[in-house]
Design a protein around this ligand. Sequence first.
Ligand code: GNR
Ligand code: NI
Length: 167
Amino acid sequence: MAILKILHYPDKRLHTVAAPVAQVDNAIRRLIDDMGETMYAAPGIGLAATQVNVHKQIIVIDVSESGSRLQTFINPQITASEGQAEREEGCLSVPGIFDTVTRAAKVTVQALDRDGNPFTLDAEGLLAVCIQHEIDHLHGKVFVDYLSRLKQTRIKTRLLKHLRETM
Ligand code: GNR
Ligand code: NI
């Protein structure tokens, strides 16, 4: 297994649209294992392949208290959503920045599991937020894109300054 490098906003590669996975094979399962290891090491509760510069539709999530319930979503599609919920979000690709985003309160998602078998899941609460946040990554979208232009500019300035200082 390996810990992968996570891209940081405002890296343009975070705006790449991910392609569907044609076949769930051992190479994909190896990537999923590495994504899981990378997410737990960060630590985070979700990770999209986009964030590790692999532009395939793959997400890993673990919202369990124990951090021992890794869920994998390949080619995920939200097929239904209802309600609205506001929540403070953060992102491993936007370190140190937290802000409120409004999303659907409940979603139904269809995806393939790590064996390539299709499943459907109804999610609410933190899991629903995380699924929407990760699917946004696969579409090239970061939570910062929902904030005002002023906030986006401030966040870019802050992260670029941080980047220069750590070079
Ligand atoms: O670790 C993460 N925490 C989090 C908190 C609130 C809303 C979304 C998230 S996802 C984030 C990990 C991440 O950046 N996934 O893309
Ligand atoms: Ni994120």
